[in-house]
Design a protein around this ligand. Structure first.
Ligand SMILES: CC(C)(COP(=O)(O)OP(=O)(O)OC[C@H]1O[C@@H](n2cnc3c(N)ncnc32)[C@H](O)[C@@H]1OP(=O)(O)O)[C@@H](O)C(=O)NCCC(=O)NCCS
Length: 443
């Protein structure tokens, strides 16, 4: 998705709404180091982080140069150059069922200063981001959320979950078949060059994953701040297949407990093949002098229980909604993914904000490919009369889109209706995803 981030002005409605409250909504020029530093300060403060060091600012300058960055400014406060609200966003690919990618709009860094909370600032910013997503030609907007009660009102819904997976070392007896190839330690800087290609392939095979950006890989590998305690504790294990081709890597550290074994903890595992996934999991759970292994933001559907003799060695906690989706363009979104069953379904979408509302005909062939058309004219409506169909809100469409939430569950919750008998059954079969959607990073 090529798109000029600075190519259109700040949203006029947000501008007017906030101006009426004495606030200035501005697109930040990320080549202006002074203005960007103040924005980063506000972002760190908004998430209750310590004040950024110069090394953090330098890192963020590089990152934000690739993003559309907005701030809200209050000229009456003691430090008017520090925004009272922040948001950043960028166009990026989202993996969808069928190994394909859809153009999406990622929204991040949503903060409002506690001195200015609950005056509608976040609302103005979030509505503006929907317009930005539309201007960028994105099919969906997406985010990860600190709290699950904020974004539903703007049409977002949880679409892919993640969980913490802990494996007790004493009970972790591996019964999975041996994987050809080998796992070896590699230097973080040395793997940086091939990391994007491995990450790209890993992302492509999992619906719900989003494209990795260069600064993310630098941070994961500890390269942005190599002498910090955090970076120095990180170890990188790479899996090479039987031909010596790197197919995956994991970044982990071992927590230090006083006079006791620590826990091998990882929050980044990129596996381009099933072999890579199995080999890296095995390496991680078979550490010595640890009490266990903890994987953060893991899939809720790991094959791990089938690889260990004692599936109860595994404890899954913190199962959370993780990826939130908001459909912007139903035709582009519905056309982008592959479906698990052929069929013809009318999808009627309700959207309080108006952006994604309409009636659409979704026709899926035997190969799972979709053709989607808006049903606008009376003739078109007559041609689908009596067809199977579902009626749902834009949130429910976002929830079922990747196959992570089943239409039948939303129907039981009274949140999807069918227009003809067995329409929910058909939707259930069509929207199912062979691979459970999963997002393994925060953004
Ligand atoms: C979340 C946050 C950005 C909200 O900012 P805000 O300007 O106070 O929000 P608004 O005044 O625009 O509120 C918009 C709506 O969201 C609701 N809302 C806002 N924050 C909420 C929260 N934390 N929990 C539940 N509802 C919330 C408001 O009640 C309001 O509802 P309504 O318009 O439907 O009546 C702000 O509290 C914040 O910076 N939190 C800390 C950082 C953070 O968690 N950011 C989110 C990153 S994913």
């Amino acid at each position: 998705m090529s798109f000029d981030l600075q190519g259109f002005p700040a949203d006029s409605e947000a501008l007017a709404t906030l101006a009426a409250r004495g606030l200035a909504y501005r697109l930040v020029d990320t080549s202006d180091a002074a203005a960007t530093s103040k924005w980063v300060e506000a972002d760190f403060r908004g998430f209750h982080h310590s004040r950024p060091r110069q090394i953090d600012l330098d890192f963020d300058f590089g990152l934000l140069a690739e993003r559309r960055v907005h701030g809200v400014y209050d000229p009456t406060i003691a430090e008017p150059a520090v925004p009272v609200a922040t948001v950043s966003s960028w166009p990026t690919g989202l993996s969808v069922p069928g190994g394909r990618s859809v153009d999406a709009w990622a929204v991040s860094s949503v903060t409002v200063s506690p001195t200015h909370r609950r005056r509608g600032i976040a609302r103005a910013l979030m509505l503006a981001e929907l317009q930005n997503a539309r201007s960028a030609g994105a099919a969906l907007a997406m985010l990860t959320a600190t709290e699950a009660t904020i974004y539903g009102r703007f049409g977002y819904a949880p679409a892919a979950r993640a969980a913490t997976v802990y494996v007790d070392r004493r009970r972790a007896h591996w019964i999975g078949a041996d994987v050809p190839g080998r796992v070896q330690f590699v230097d973080a800087a040395a793997i940086r060059e091939i990391a994007p290609a491995i990450a790209r392939r890993a992302v492509a095979r999992t619906p719900g994953e989003i494209d990795r950006w260069p600064a993310l890989l630098d941070r994961v590998l500890g390269l942005h701040d190599p002498e910090s305690d955090r970076s120095r504790s990180r170890r990188v294990a790479r899996y090479d297949d039987e031909r010596g081709q790197p197919q995956g890597f994991a970044v982990f550290h071992v927590t230090r407990e006083p006079n006791a074994p620590g826990v091998a903890e990882f929050d980044f595992l990129a596996a381009a093949t099933d072999d890579a996934e199995r080999a890296l999991w095995r390496f991680l759970v078979e550490q010595d002098y640890v009490s266990g292994t903890r994987g953060l933001l893991r899939s809720v559907d790991e094959p791990l229980p089938w690889l260990l003799d004692d599936p109860r060695a595994i404890t899954v906690t913190d199962v959370v909604d993780h990826l939130w989706l908001r459909v912007i363009d139903p035709i582009a979104a519905l056309s982008a993914r592959r479906y698990s069953s052929p069929g013809r379904l009318v999808v009627e979408v309700d959207d309080p904000v108006g952006i994604a509302a309409g009636r659409f005909e979704l026709v899926v062939d035997d190969g799972g490919r979709a053709e989607v058309a808006a049903i606008e004219s009376r003739d078109a409506a007559a041609s689908v009369k009596g067809a199977r169909g579902i009626r749902l809100g834009v949130r429910e469409l976002g929830a079922i889109y990747l196959g992570g939430v089943r239409p039948s569950v939303l129907a039981r919750a009274g949140r999807i209706e069918e227009s003809a008998p067995r329409s929910i059954d058909l939707a259930e079969r069509m929207f199912a995803s062979t691979r459970t959607p999963h997002l393994s990073i925060w953004f």
